[in-house]
Design a protein around this ligand. Sequence first.
Ligand code: UD1
Length: 339
Amino acid sequence: MRLLVTGGAGYIGSHTVVELLEGGHDVVVVDDLSNSSEVALDRVAGLTGRRPEFRRVDLVDNDVLASVFDDGPYDCVLHFAGLKAVGESVEQPLRYFRTNLIGTLNLLTEMDRAGCRDLIFSSSATVYGAPQALPLIETHPTGGTTSPYGRTKHMIEEICYDVAATGAGWRIALLRYFNPVGAHLSGRIGEDPKGIPNNLVPYVLQVAVGRRPHVDVFGNDYPTSDGTGVRDYLHVVDLAKGHLAAMENIDRFEGARAVNLGTGSGNSVLDVINGFAEASGRRIAYEFADRRPGDVPELYADPSLAAELLGWKAERGLAEICADGWAWQSANPNGYASD
Ligand code: UD1
């Protein structure tokens, strides 16, 4: 199949492109490189022996996007492109709504025009807001999101349901990711955030390689096993394989349908720090700090719909996440700028 991958040079996008190329598909990547690097695509080519076609495109620029579709057809679109930093979205809501919403509206419009109506979208567990019950199942109410970033994910889901309801033959997989972490088993591609990382795992890794002095642990008085926040950490290679499974089973998404991608079990912040200390053989200094506004104590998936619908389940646990994440960071202490 010929696939269009938006945000394909980014963290989750690049890992998925590897799986798609290894699955024998042809891939066209569009990415504005605002939070990613073309080096990732060089490394993807090195890993797979195949280079995805690349075009530097901002999805907000409708004319350029239209020209990408003029060079189609595409059998399916995988849409990763978007801004994703929770704190930044509170400071710059208009930028988040413009990039994530207008980018997606332009994409849906061009897909409709081209008659390509199979879409896999990067949604997030953030759409559930504060969980009313755990584990989270897809029927849990959505909305009540705590940031403009989270609202863009929820709004895009709602837009997709409305578009699918036209009966024009859309098949849209809304994949609700839990916490994607880790790196490709080769250590050649991984997460390379620009600036100070917002998320736990890249922060811990930068402490492990000596780029930062210590990790602030946001809250140690949560009602969890050790008082720190609990999340469902999912190996990025498992997540990438989940996209392949969604694509292969796209006929099960007639209209639009949401599916959780998570492991089904949670780990605390201290579990993660200890896991990376073990994998790296280094001491990872941390200090307890105040809770971060908007954080919930505990979040983990019920992944049974993904198993039933896609035949997918996560195969890698925290030990592999830490080993592979460390292999990437230690070989590339400054991310892709290490090249
Ligand atoms: C957030 C978003 C999620 C998004 C993900 C990646 C929400 C509610 N969640 O997940 O949608 O996909 O980021 O962009 O919008 N922590 C520390 N110290 C740190 C950083 C984090 O203790 O320096 C703790 C947090 O309090 C939390 C856990 O580590 O308990 C995970 O945090 P993080 O990696 O930022 O992910 P989420 O907030 O779960």
